[in-house]
Design a binder for this molecule. Structure first.
Ligand code: PGA
Length: 252
């Protein structure tokens, strides 16, 4: 059976001291949280701390992730970080197309698709984020929006598409304390699964994560839905006890 994936998205939070305490807290509680069962665990950290967190997670089951990468291979792109640079730090996952990047950095569906391609060709699993805004949901456009966002990635990445992770993150639920109900989330996950099924015969092995105010209290219910294969966790990933409770809910 496919393992669930619990990935922390630290966003622009942390410091050398705080990261050390956080990773140690997670590492120390991990075996107890898993209780002999299995789940994949990752932390997606600010680029400045990749080296530090690579060292902190060494020898633990916590995998390393980045929050973005460049769509370019190398060269005169000031401030950008390439897939090859992430490879140097043994990065396993890279978030692409987070709604905060789509919104504040004007990232288009096409750019996100190229970033996913860069990650895949470096052996890094892209966590492709899709999700509708509140206005889009209220206008009945949820399905059309997430399908359009995923379609761009499928179009660009064709035969590799079963190698991605998808994260459904309704924009109105991110950092707001509002969570999609398990039924609302499952309905969108089923749409995404069907879209993947039309593109690959291996759609069942793609992990589709839910993100948006997933926390210690609501994780178990969300993760019990048939097409919710894990979580992309913001705020609750900064507190070891909460993150470990979510991992325990994902373990099986
Ligand atoms: P949140 O963030 O859990 O704080 O809502 C999730 C995300 O943006 O990935």
């Amino acid at each position: 059976m496919k393992q669930k994936l619990v990935a922390g998205n630290w966003k622009m939070n942390g410091s050398l001291a705080a990261n050390e305490a956080l990773v140690q807290g997670i590492a120390q509680g991990l075996n107890a949280a898993l209780a002999g069962q299995q789940a994949q665990v990752a932390v997606c950290v600010p680029a400045a701390y990749l080296s530090q967190v690579q060292q902190l997670t060494q020898g633990s089951a916590i995998e390393l992730g980045a929050q973005d990468l460049s769509s370019y291979e190398q060269g005169a792109y000031t401030g950008e970080i390439s897939a090859a640079m992430l490879q140097d730090f043994a990065v396993r996952f890279a978030i692409v197309g987070h709604s905060e990047r789509r919104q504040y950095h004007a990232e288009s569906d096409e750019l996100v698709a190229v970033k996913a391609q860069r990650a895949l060709s470096a052996g890094i699993t892209p966590i492709v984020c899709v999700g509708e805004t509140l206005a889009e949901r209220e206008a009945g456009q949820t399905e059309a929006v997430v399908k359009r966002q995923l379609a761009a990635v499928i179009h660009t990445n064709g035969h590799c598409i079963s190698e991605i992770v998808v994260a459904y993150e309704p924009v109105w639920a991110i950092g707001t304390g509002l969570t999609a109900t398990p039924e609302q989330a499952q309905a969108v996950h089923a749409v995404l699964r069907a879209q993947l099924q039309a593109a690959t015969s291996h759609a069942d092995r793609v992990q589709i994560l839910y993100g948006g105010s997933m926390n210690a209290a609501n994780a178990a219910q969300l993760l019990s839905q048939p097409d919710i294969d894990g979580g992309l966790i913001g705020g609750a990933a900064l507190k070891p006890a909460d993150f470990l409770t979510i991992i325990a809910a994902a373990a099986r």
